[in-house]
Design a protein around this ligand. Sequence first.
Ligand SMILES: Nc1ncnc2c1ncn2[C@@H]1O[C@H](COP(=O)(O)OP(=O)(O)OP(=O)(O)O)[C@@H](O)[C@H]1O
Length: 248
Amino acid sequence: MLVADHLSFHYSRCDPGETPDFSFTFRLAPGECLAVSGPSGAGKSTLLNLLAGFLTPSAGRLCWLGDELCEGPSEEPSEELCEELGDRPGENEAQRESEDLVAQPPWARGMTTVFQDHNLFEHLPVWINVGLGLAPDLKLSDAQRARIVDGLADVGLGGLHDRLPGELSGGQQQRVALLRSLLRETRVLLLDEPFSGLDRDNREALWGLVRRQQAAGVAVLLVSHDPEDVDALAQRRLQLLDGRLVAT
Ligand SMILES: Nc1ncnc2c1ncn2[C@@H]1O[C@H](COP(=O)(O)OP(=O)(O)OP(=O)(O)O)[C@@H](O)[C@H]1O
């Protein structure tokens, strides 16, 4: 279970009132897909960046199956979270007061993020871009090479292994980026509008890959405005309003 308990943040360069004080509380089970929507500027990217560890919260806690990913210095955990973690309320209070923030770096969190921009390596061919998701040193086993070939075929890029990203359309680049993330061993997948601009066939193929991850126990947080994507994948949905996640 991924548990965010009053995970809080404020952009320090912003005046009070200019952006909300963000405070995120939710849980996400292994194999579950939670969809998050909200108006532009509501804080969806901020939420993903806090979960992934690219932003540092000012308070609150983030845990995966009792493993502390991030613990803020001042916030006392809710009774609900204590129950989940087997702590007693107040038990760690003295210790927490004397500590600074404890946060695991992004690479240690077991999370994979697919951003709206594709983040592909422009000088490397498609199959290597995908392979980097499986083995950063590119020492790929035969089984891993086969997964790349099968995965590229699954997302309709079967003949394009050796192309450079600049030789692909925007939608094709998006599929390469998504495939790279979906083939990675991960426990939480953070998806930021991952299917926008793709046609129905390609979206369905990618939904299939996400569902396969869920079946393997990967928890998915899907930021999307598209009701079809949400209906296809999400078991639960929340809205982001005024810096808080609320039931839709
Ligand atoms: N680096 C930053 N410094 C100051 N304010 C920021 C920064 N990044 C985002 N913000 C502000 O924080 C708020 C939330 O931004 P965020 O990008 O998380 O929203 P979003 O819901 O992802 O928006 P969109 O749907 O338009 O991508 C906005 O008011 C934005 O202007």
